[in-house]
Design a protein around this ligand. Structure first.
Ligand SMILES: Nc1nc2c(c(=O)[nH]1)N[C@H]1C(S)=C(S)[C@@H](COP(=O)(O)O)O[C@H]1N2
Ligand SMILES: [Mo]
Length: 458
């Protein structure tokens, strides 16, 4: 006689949080009392939470309910934590691609999408092998003769231009700038309920040094007609369907943004030829706004007399609500506008999430980076006590516009145990990162919840 029934198994606290955060929260923190006050983390809840995160929680009294502990957001359980139950969600899949670090995490393989975990963004300048990859279509074969790579500038211009890479290099003055490239969906995984698309943490961004010529200089040669109001950018990669007549993605910007002197047509990254996987031999770089504007394998920039309607411009694509919508709702297209500047974001690049430090460690040196789309970052703060108190980080200056700002901070710890280090950035306008990803939208753009890393001391 066979017994097919699964033995009942007690699920670990992290599984509970992953499956149903609200229920887990009620179990751990206790239900709201009839006067509407949330229970506090004590007794059985505290014991269960401590066992799950792997140590005592010195600031347990400040631990907010409803927030999935940072320790559970990582792939592997924190060192010393209770071993994960067999049904734990599968761990990250690492990228295996020549020229790329095997620490990049694959979010999708058709099209290829891979992100850079925050702790891999610890270099002041992002090395090429650590720059994220976001393809929408098929990855093209490597160009045989890069110097002959050509693209056109057409539409509302006085003179249609066709330029090869060789001509670009000989006719225009090259510039080198360190600038952030960031996917519009960066931070999408922090939305609740889950939004459609690649589930980026904060790793859909990087800040390498780019060499190229100013797009504005090239546009001046073509001569813009007064009717040129908007751009349309195209790359030569083929649509996933194989239909060569369909662009994979084609987005554009209003003329004011197009003429920004920081937009470059680039062929080098960190002093080397731009690799095929990141759009070489020639790509566009439109910093500050969603990465999708920065066409890889650049083939054409068209000037239009109205807003572009290519794939990535319409419906809910790269659009965010004007007025907040009910999270999870379908949404009314009339309530949406195009996402322009990316929001402020600060990340901790050291220590890594899940770091285990020696017993008796009384202070931690933190390193990180912050950036804010079109704006500079005014302030970065860090907290070790679930946001009850904050310490100002030492914030560096950008090398040039659209560079990220590196920061450092030292925090003191009162005792051994489990901590979450939180960071939040504030941009030059005074706009600060929210505790949780706000302004929910169906495709999950602009998710910039404060970054948290779990560390275990002792
Ligand atoms: N031709 C082309 N350009 C493209 C894309 C693409 O799929 N095809 N992806 C865009 C998106 S969505 C982003 S975020 C960036 C990613 O650049 P990377 O892969 O070099 O990191 O390229 C943009 N340019
Ligand atoms: Mo993107």
């Amino acid at each position: 006689m066979s017994q097919s029934r699964e033995p009942t198994r007690e699920r670990s606290i992290d599984e509970l949080y992953q499956e149903d955060a609200e229920r887990a929260d009620a179990n751990v923190f206790g239900r709201k009392t009839d006067i509407g006050r949330r229970g506090f983390l004590g007794g059985a809840g505290l014991a269960a939470m401590s066992a799950a995160v792997g140590g005592a929680i010195p600031f347990a009294a400040n631990m907010p309910g409803g927030l999935i502990p940072a320790a559970f957001a990582q792939s592997a359980p924190p060192a010393g934590a209770a071993p994960s139950a067999p049904a734990a969600p599968k761990g990250p899949q690492y990228l295996n691609l020549p020229g790329k670090s095997d620490k990049l995490v694959v979010l999708g393989d058709r099209p290829l999408v891979a992100e850079t975990p925050e702790d891999q963004l610890d270099d002041d300048t992002t090395p090429t092998n650590k720059l994220f990859v976001r393809n929408n279509g098929q990855t093209p074969d490597e160009a045989k003769d890069p110097d002959k790579w050509s693209f056109v500038i057409d539409g509302e211009v006085n003179k249609k231009l066709t330029l090869t890479l060789g001509e670009l290099q000989s006719k225009y003055k090259p510039v080198t700038q360190r600038m952030v490239l960031e996917c519009g969906g960066n931070g999408r995984s922090f939305f609740t309920p889950q939004a459609r698309g690649n589930q980026w943490t904060n790793g859909g961004a990087g800040c390498p040094e780019w060499t190229g010529v100013r797009l504005a200089d090239v546009l001046k040669t073509a001569g813009l007609k007064p009717s040129a109001l908007f751009s349309a950018h195209y790359g030569s990669d083929v649509h996933l369907s194989g239909d060569a007549s369909k662009p994979t993605v084609s987005r554009g910007v209003p003329i004011k943004k197009l003429m920004d002197e920081n937009n470059l047509i680039v062929w080098q990254i960190n002093g080397q030829p731009l690799p095929n996987i990141n759009g070489g031999p020639v790509r566009l770089l439109v910093p500050g706004w969603p990465g999708s504007l920065s066409s890889k394998w650049l083939s054409r920039i068209s000037l239009l007399d109205k807003e572009h309607d290519g794939p990535g411009m319409t419906g809910f694509s790269y659009r965010v609500p004007i007025k907040p919508m009910v999270p999870g709702d379908k949404g009314d297209p009339k309530n949406f506008k195009i996402l322009e500047s990316m929001p402020v974001r600060s990340i901790i690049t050291s220590p890594a999430n899940g770091a285990k430090l020696a017993a008796g460690t009384k202070e931690i040196k933190l390193r990180g980076a912050a950036w804010a789309g079109d704006y500079t970052v005014r302030e970065v703060d860090v907290s070790t006590d679930f946001g009850a108190t904050w310490t100002k980080a030492k914030l560096g200056k950008p090398k040039n516009k659209y560079d990220w700002q590196r920061w450092t901070a030292t925090v003191k710890l009162p005792a051994d145990g489990y901590y979450e280090i939180w960071t939040r950035g504030t941009d030059a306008r005074g706009v600060m990162q929210p505790h949780l990803a706000g302004f929910w939208n169906p495709q999950g753009y602009g998710g910039n919840a404060m970054h948290r890393v779990a560390v275990l001391v002792g």
